[in-house]
Design a protein around this ligand. Structure first.
Ligand code: SF4
Length: 241
């Protein structure tokens, strides 16, 4: 579904390539709609492109979902699932040959009562590292300490909602400041979100996802990752965290 592994696929002309891309997009959209319709028919409500919630689930407020702390059941081959302390997934790969093998195995699977790949975890995002483990990771990635712990963010200035926005992936153009804070700023297509852009403080206690806390103005990460803020590409000679 991702298209990864299709790079380099033989397409003799630009027209062939364009047609192949269109067919691929149409197939993905068709499969997505089949899955969405099945979930809706089973009583789930679509919240975003990827998230469906049971219609009888208790409401928890505007900012009622955080991927760091709430449970999620991933559907399909390669999907990742998690409860507060247990993370598990089906096998997955990005290489086309591996994907085919894994997909064939998944399609032939009839018993989904056990998680084959998973681990019990703790901590705000589900991972904690001993000092010895952190030292090992830091030897590989000197900037690892920035990612070791969630960052306290309550009341701290964050560029999201001012110079950074998040757009829902379901196509309706809903704009939020980030994908953790669920309150809406407006719509991408009618431009209404622009009126809401202003300096803002974070309303949540912690931020433990790089694509979120990288925008905290209290952290030096725009300078550290000047080679690519979202891609986490450090500036040449970025200092150890
Ligand atoms: S710090 Fe994180 S959770 Fe808070 S507003 Fe910024 S991106 Fe969102």
């Amino acid at each position: 579904m991702t298209g990864l592994g299709r790079h380099g696929a033989a397409a003799s002309t630009a027209l062939d390539a364009a047609l192949a891309d269109r067919e691929w997009d149409e197939q993905r959209l068709r499969l997505y709609r089949q899955g969405r319709d099945r979930l809706v028919a089973e009583g789930y409500v679509q919240v975003s492109m990827r998230m469906f919630r049971r219609a009888d689930a208790p409401p928890q407020g505007a900012d009622d979902y955080a991927c760091q702390t709430d449970g999620m059941i991933g559907l399909g081959c390669g999907a990742r699932s998690y409860t507060s302390t247990l993370h598990y997934s089906f096998d997955y790969a990005v290489d086309l040959r591996e994907i085919r093998t894994i997909t064939d195995d998944y399609t032939a699977t009839e018993d989904f009562s056990r998680a084959v790949h998973g681990r019990r975890v703790d901590g705000a995002e589900g991972h904690t590292y001993t000092d010895a483990e952190a030292e090992q990771w830091t030897a590989i990635d000197p900037l690892f300490p920035y990612s070791r712990h969630p960052h306290r963010s309550a009341g701290l200035p964050c560029r999201t909602g001012e110079s950074v926005i998040s757009v829902d992936g379901d196509g309706d153009g809903t704009v939020r400041r980030c994908h953790f804070v669920r309150s809406e700023l407006g719509n991408l297509y009618d431009g209404s979100y622009r009126r809401a852009l202003e300096p803002r403080a974070c309303p949540l206690a912690v931020c433990d996802c790089h694509i979120g806390y990288v925008h905290l103005e209290t952290l030096p990460l725009y300078d550290v990752f000047a080679g690519g803020v979202l891609e986490r590409i450090p500036a040449a000679g970025a200092a150890r965290a």
